[in-house]
Design a protein around this ligand. Structure first.
Ligand code: DX5
Ligand code: ZN
Length: 222
């Protein structure tokens, strides 16, 4: 799965920017509050408007404090997946229950420095795991290959039936890095600047997908 991140899109033309990536599996929406991360982006009213404007399922990545309070609203707005940060959630198990009860998949994200092992038990209650491969807050940063160890561990836990999550990666995914991520076992690739910085975003999505599919086929997962 490829999930273009609208953080790198033109915020004044969000509908056109969604229409520019018809092959996207999910549209990744970075919600930042200026507290959990040192940047401020958009919130629920924009997500509600975008939901009405596109058929592409929304993948909301909440980089905010107290997601327990706000996450269910993003699910009620019709998002397909709502991800909260493990480092920010007060009660991650309740968060997941509330997101699911409001009709979305529940995602848990971990920052590059957050160990996966601490969250494996909690992840039994989640549908997606978002492994950050940059420090959250900004697009266009350099991919951190060291997080791929966590991806490999997550892949193993899924393949052996210990977890049932979509493994998603976010940050610095491009033509240069997607193959390493695919080889480590990622299911869903978020890409901001690699898609919206390209001359042809639609083609950029397909090129990234082709690379990931080729690696998966080679590994026998395709
Ligand atoms: C960063 C965001 C990412 C961002 C990725 O905090 O969570 O989703 O848009 O952008 P690129 O792909 O440019 O690293
Ligand atoms: Zn994101």
């Amino acid at each position: 799965m490829i999930a273009p991140s609208i953080l790198s899109a033109d915020f004044a033309r969000l509908k056109e920017e969604a229409d520019a990536v018809p092959g996207a599996d999910w549209l990744h929406v970075d919600v930042m509050d200026g507290h959990f991360v040192p940047n401020l982006t958009l919130g629920l009213p924009v997500v509600e408007a975008l939901e009405r404007a596109t058929d592409i399922p929304l993948d909301c990545h909440l980089m905010i404090n107290d997601p327990d309070r706000w996450a269910p609203g993003y699910a009620e707005a019709g998002s397909q997946n709502v991800t909260v940060h493990a480092e920010a959630a007060n009660d991650p198990r309740k968060c997941s229950r509330d997101i699911r009860a409001a009709g979305a998949l529940a995602g848990l994200s971990i920052k590059p420095g957050t160990p996966l092992d601490d969250w494996v038990e909690v992840l039994r209650d989640y549908d997606t795991l978002l492994v950050m491969s940059v420090e959250p807050g900004f697009g266009g940063q350099k991919f951190m290959p060291e997080v791929l160890d966590k991806v490999r561990t997550a892949r193993r836990l899924v393949d052996t039936g210990h977890l049932n999550v979509i493994v998603e990666i976010d940050g610095g995914i491009s033509r240069d890095t997607i193959e390493a991520a695919a080889e480590a076992g990622v299911d869903c690739f978020v890409a901001g600047s690699a898609v919206y910085g390209a001359d042809d975003p639609e083609r950029a999505v397909e090129a990234l997908r082709d690379q990931a599919v080729r690696v998966a086929a080679y590994l026998g997962q395709g």
